[in-house]
Write a protein that binds this ligand. Sequence first.
Ligand SMILES: [Zn+2]
Length: 497
Amino acid sequence: MTLAYDDVVTRYEPVIGLETHVELGTVSKMFCGCSTEFGAEPNTHTCPVCLGLPGALPVVNEVAIESTIRIGLALNCSIAPWSRFARKNYFYPDMPKNYQISQYDEPICVDGYLDVDVEGTTYRVGIERVHMEEDTGKNTHVGGATGRIHGAEYSLVDFNRAGIPLIEIVTKPVPGTGALAPDVAKAYVTELRNILRTLGVSDVRMEQGSLRCDVNTSLNAPGATEWGTRTETKNVNSLRSVERAVRSEMIRQAAVLDAGERVFQETRHFNESTGDTRPGRSKEEATDYRYFPEPDLVPVAPDAAWIERLRTGLPELPAARRVRLRDSLGVSAEDMQQMTNAGVVDLVAATVEAGAAVGEARNWWLGYLVQEANSREIEAAELPIAPEQVARLVVLVADGTLSVALARQVVDGVLQTGADVDAVIAERGLQRVSDTAALEKAADEAIAANPDVADKVRGGKVPAVGALVGAVMKATRGQADAAAVRAILLDRLGVSE
Ligand SMILES: [Zn+2]
């Protein structure tokens, strides 16, 4: 039996934690000069270092260290004056060295935080550490129904990704979020992604795997003195899935606890189509990996002056930018929150910059355009329409050239063809018909074609005129102003209101 979420949160207190892996957008890999470009022919971006050939020696990518320090600073972390790489030993076919170079007990950034706002409350998410490591290659299992190794006929391995700089950002456990735990988790990943994008350190594309999230969830039973056992849901690859994964895991664990059983510490896999999680392997302990300091690399010891230079060179971060834009746009905190959640703050700001009124810019982005983005399952920023185009639409609606309905048709045209607003209007003939003679002619035709309706209206049933308005709108392909058409029809029928 599936428990209701509301029931779960009245009886259990969730604790969440997030581990986020970010592929850095450096030109070359973490420990060699191979390209990091996505989508190349398999095994063309490899060399003796990232293939783990005998005798090859790694060298740390300076830009990767710089990016990591900037991430740490943006997350309010302390930057360690001295940190080291370690070998994390395990076998997996996509990892040619049989160990991953990572950081273990000496990470480069520690003890920061990120504040996120959810429904008017600010939650401070503690950052335990930000550390550097390298990505693995990629296995493709061929011939099975699921694309997983079970049932596959054979597997292929591509080492292009092996050695791409990977940053892991680990939060402290976050208690006290109650029923909003799934929303706080999603808000955290959203804000983190905004920060990483602002820093320009990664393209943060969840669908391509350059931002991947593992979500830890546990439930505290009422009156418990210790936190419950957590599970780790792996590789949750969309913002919506972060929220769904926490929610479904809370419901699942509550059912386990209700039955008097215990939650096992394990990794679980989120299933995008069903929205629930399935057990993976039991969770390894750190000692299983036999970590030891990487003997082929010198310690990382960034000097204080460099760190200060990076600190003063940080761009304006999203939270500060939102405060500034809220003031300059003159919108309410609630509006700002809504625009932030929808990912349209910068789009609205750019639309206003391009000459649109704030309210109209907000309405277009939060309304029709976000709906379009949702139906295409992309971010609003990825829609093929620029803020300047939206601003042009706002102007054309304001001066009466377009009705809102026509403007939507223009948007559809821009999204379909990539042409600009004026070109779409010209090509599709979408200007509003404001030529009174033309409207009167269309009105007379509608009356002639619907004598019964016309008689009803003449006889005092004024609302019946709606059918005639509809006929005129249809005849003018929606390009007339409905109120003007109505007035003309009533006038022609000799009825006054
Ligand atoms: Zn290489």
